[in-house]
Design a protein around this ligand. Structure first.
Ligand code: AMP
Ligand code: MG
Length: 360
């Protein structure tokens, strides 16, 4: 028969002091169980025309959620400042440049213009955010997709005016353009910079392990617990992934693909990445994935190498200082540098034909 502590004279005084540590220990274990945060906190929001997923590992849930909410507000703010066709600080600046006026430039836009100008030069002008008028002519500056290509003559007229980042003059806190055909559109670059800014914000809030993923373009820091972060690279030819890789420490993984925005006209597909040399959608690539230290660089480089295509990507990657490239060409062949090849895994039984370049 069980004896209850305290009613038995034989157990007497020492009994409660032996039981208390046990009760306390049990309470501690229980409370740890109730309040333990899930190791991975993941939230999504819509910004910059895409679904953004922020994943935080190993931070207490409430703190992770507060940090993610702040990164959402940051994306919203940047979207409203840098949007290429909704009224923004950028569209106000574009209107002044088109009118030939010199205007004060806010510091965030000055940084974008300076850095994008440098990357444009290094890419031999294949990445050129001064092409806003060409994008608008194609109908890619809009919430809906265009229905048909513009007349060839209109494309040629615009190309003959040679809009380029090198037309911009930045001095004493002001900007002007020597060429009124310049209109800035940072669609190939702003998302990368926003991802970098969000990572800086998370770090400043004490978060060490996270991914900021804007529609498949991401930067990862730290690890996913005991293992590295695993990143899938979308198959440009259909659902699922064409490959995956592991990222730890701090690295951006950006992909430019012809499947992101496109329309068909008379059985031909027209996508949103334009070749500044021809004025038409770039040919030869289906997708290009680039790894780099920063999202801004990776974003600009993925677009530039997509335009350069399977025969031209290598020297441009060198000039941009990129060390990891994977390009899928329009025959489904994969072009990579050896260092990238060592990082890339293909799903079992689905290894494509691979063409290795010299080292980068
Ligand atoms: P991404 O997905 O980063 O390659 O960016 C594609 C977007 O960049 C397009 O929707 C356009 O807004 C813009 N864009 C297209 N072609 C170019 C180009 N050659 N240089 C710079 N921006 C471009
Ligand atoms: Mg890009």
């Amino acid at each position: 028969m069980p004896r209850s502590v305290g009613t038995s004279g034989t157990l007497g005084r020492p009994a409660p002091s032996r039981a208390w540590p046990l009760v306390l220990l049990l309470a501690l274990i229980l409370s740890a169980g109730c309040h333990r945060s899930p190791p991975l906190v993941e939230r999504q929001f819509f910004a910059m025309g895409t679904l953004v997923t922020v994943s935080v590992y190993g931070t207490p849930q409430a703190r992770a959620e507060r940090a993610i909410a702040r990164s959402e507000r940051l994306f919203d703010r940047l979207d409203r400042r840098w949007h290429a066709w909704h009224p923004s600080a950028l569209t106000r600046m574009d209107a002044a440049l088109a009118a030939g006026r010199s205007i004060p430039i806010p510091p965030d836009l000055a940084r974008l213009v300076r850095e994008a100008g440098r990357l444009s030069r290094l890419s031999d002008g294949l990445f050129d955010p001064a092409l806003g008028q060409l994008l608008a002519l194609w109908g890619f500056e809009g919430d809906d997709l265009p229905a048909r290509p513009p007349p060839a003559a209109s494309i040629q007229q615009l190309l003959a005016r040679h809009p380029s980042m090198s037309d911009l003059v930045l001095e004493e806190g002001r900007i002007r353009s020597r060429n009124p055909a310049v209109r800035l559109d940072f669609g190939a670059y702003a998302k990368g910079v926003a991802v970098d800014r969000a990572i800086d914000l998370l770090r400043s809030l004490g978060i060490r392990n996270a991914i900021v993923n804007a529609g498949g373009d991401l930067r990862a820091i730290g690890r996913h617990g005991a293992r590295a972060w695993r990143i899938g690279i979308r198959n440009p030819d259909g659902p699922g992934v064409i490959a995956w890789l592991e990222v730890e420490g701090d690295q951006a993984v950006f992909t430019s693909g012809d499947y992101e925005r496109y329309f068909s006209w008379h059985g031909k597909r027209y996508h949103h990445i334009l070749d500044p040399r021809t004025g038409y959608p770039a040919r030869g690539s289906r997708s290009v994935t680039v790894l780099a230290k920063h999202g801004g660089l990776a974003d600009a480089a993925a677009t530039a190498l997509f335009v350069a295509g399977p025969d031209g990507w290598y020297p441009i990657a060198r000039a941009l200082g990129i060390h990891y490239v994977m390009l899928v060409d329009d025959h489904g062949r994969v072009h990579m540098n050896p260092r990238m090849a060592r990082r890339i895994h293909f799903p079992a039984g689905r290894t494509p034909e691979v063409k290795l370049s010299p080292a980068l």
